[in-house]
Design a protein around this ligand. Structure first.
Ligand code: NAD
Length: 448
């Protein structure tokens, strides 16, 4: 007979960053009592006072609503979490290690042991962080070793697929749920924790721990590969005079291929795709199957080369060198509708242009504070208009709607020279050219 299932489990969320804060807020909105815990007391204070400490559309309102419902609170106290929770979701960061491609599991190990060592009741520990295959099995032993004698703890893995920019929608209405479990009890207890989402008919895949871990890194690897595939074709286009935009459109009409994630441009960045494919390749090496995913290193190289190519396009437009010239860098976040600048292609390009001697002025609608903190050597403008003022070259690096909407005539009034590099295929090249701009885009002919 199975141990009892708590039908309306009390939940904790350990690690309240992008993933954890969103998960905690959404679970409270779904009707559960939730306690969010983080080691960062300023983050906890912000959330408890109703302020989301990062930019995510809709999350601020969702936080207010969840707090007002009385079902959500935040704390830095692991003992309180350990005593209170029936289901604990662990959402701490797994960044790339310094000096290696491997994932840094320090935070995961710490969070699991800090919590498990304090739990004296039956509970389910659910990892949501993206981890190398085999981590959950290792943590199972670790948790057993540190938990007080007789405690009935079980560990499961529930990888997360939310996209920044759509985090609330993706959490409340995911494409699918994946449960990596070691028992029928864990499967049923997790199902109770996700009942409102499962009742919507959301597909559920119940798997072992290793498969659950692998689903996440395999999915991110596929997406990264699709982006780098079209960007590899852009390189071929550049050598042949072909147009990668037309190519992507034509390929995308094939329903077996599909147009999503087939957008050529400056490539991927952020806190997930780059570090996840590197950690996966690294882990595969350790497992003796490195050859199976050796292509991921190519995917990474193709992606890095797009950044260099973008710098080269700016230099080309500037007549060979950017030394002493003003470049307006439009965008800093790794993608629109986010303030996340982790491994952001835009800032990498801005940095390279700065190192090549350009006077780079960055503007981003949401990521300015983060960018200033990490790249104090760059100049920052308070608006799009201020960024492009007297610019010798404009480079569009993150496709915010504000940049897409920019009028070539209005911009022309402000710049020193009408030269623009569209790193994201976000602008109407013909329109800009008709209005006197020299226009360059990745994978497209300079003079069609
Ligand atoms: P993040 O850096 O925004 O948040 C991590 C949080 O964990 C921070 O607030 C940090 O203070 C906290 N933390 C660190 N050590 C802790 C500890 N011992 N105890 C409690 N809290 C601790 O990172 P994120 O973007 O939320 O990512 C978290 C995990 O989720 C990563 O593994 C990531 O790959 C994965 N993920 C992220 C996304 C995304 O879009 N951001 C999507 C899917 C999966």
């Amino acid at each position: 007979s199975l141990p009892p299932i708590v039908e309306n489990p009390r939940m904790t969320v350990i690690g309240t960053g992008y993933l954890g804060a969103t998960h905690a807020i959404c679970m409270a909105l779904l009707g559960f009592d939730v306690l969010g815990v983080d080691v960062d007391s300023s983050k906890i204070a912000a959330l408890q006072s109703g302020r989301v400490p990062f930019y995510e559309p809709g999350l601020s309102d969702a936080l207010s609503e969840a707090l007002a419902s009385g079902r959500l609170r935040f704390s830095t106290d692991f003992a309180e979490a350990a005593e209170w929770g029936d289901v604990h979701f662990l959402c701490v960061g797994t960044p790339q290690s310094k000096g290696s491609d491997a994932a840094d599991l320090t935070y995961v190990d710490l969070a699991f042991t800090e919590l498990a060592s304090r739990i004296t009741r039956r509970a389910l520990l659910v990892g949501k962080s993206t981890v190398p295959i085999g981590t959950a099995a290792r943590l199972t032993s670790l948790v057993q070793a540190v938990s007080p004698a007789g405690t009935e703890l079980e560990l499961a893995w529930n990888p997360e697929f939310l996209r920044e920019g759509y985090a609330v929608k993706d959490t409340l209405h995911p494409d699918r749920l994946v449960f990596g479990v070691q028992s029928v009890w864990a499967e049923r207890q997790l199902a109770a924790a996700f009942r409102p989402i499962l009742e919507e008919g959301t597909p559920l895949v119940v798997a072992d721990l290793a498969t659950a871990e692998l689903v996440k890194v395999a999915a991110n690897s596929f997406l990264a590969t699709k982006i780098s595939y079209i960007n590899a074709m852009a390189e071929v286009c550049e050598a042949t005079g072909a147009d990668v935009n037309l190519l992507a459109t034509a390929l995308g009409h094939d329903s077996r291929i599909g147009s999503r994630f087939l957008k050529p441009g400056l490539g991927f960045g952020g806190g997930c795709l780059p570090k996840d494919i590197r950690a996966f390749a690294h882990r595969a090496d350790e497992l003796g199957v490195g050859q199976a995913v050796a292509f991921l290193r190519e995917v990474d190289s193709i992606n890095q080369r797009r950044r260099v190519r973008t710098v080269n396009l700016v230099e080309e437009l500037a007549g060979g060198s950017v030394r002493g010239l003003r470049v307006a860098a439009l965008g800093a976040a790794f993608k629109p509708n986010s303030d996340d600048i982790r491994d952001a292609p835009a800032l990498d390009v801005a940095r390279m242009l700065h190192e090549a001697g350009a006077i780079v002025t960055v503007y981003d609608p949401e990521a300015m504070e983060n960018a200033k903190r990490s790249y104090p050597e760059l100049n920052y403008a308070d608006s799009l208009a201020q960024a492009v003022e007297e610019a010798d070259v404009v480079a569009l690096l993150t496709e915010w709607q504000e940049f897409r909407d920019a009028d070539p005539d209005d911009l022309a009034e402000l710049v020193a020279h009408r030269r623009i590099v569209d790193g994201r295929h976000a602008l109407d090249a013909a329109d800009f050219r008709a209005k006197g701009w020299e226009f360059r885009a990745l994978g497209r002919p300079a003079n069609p």
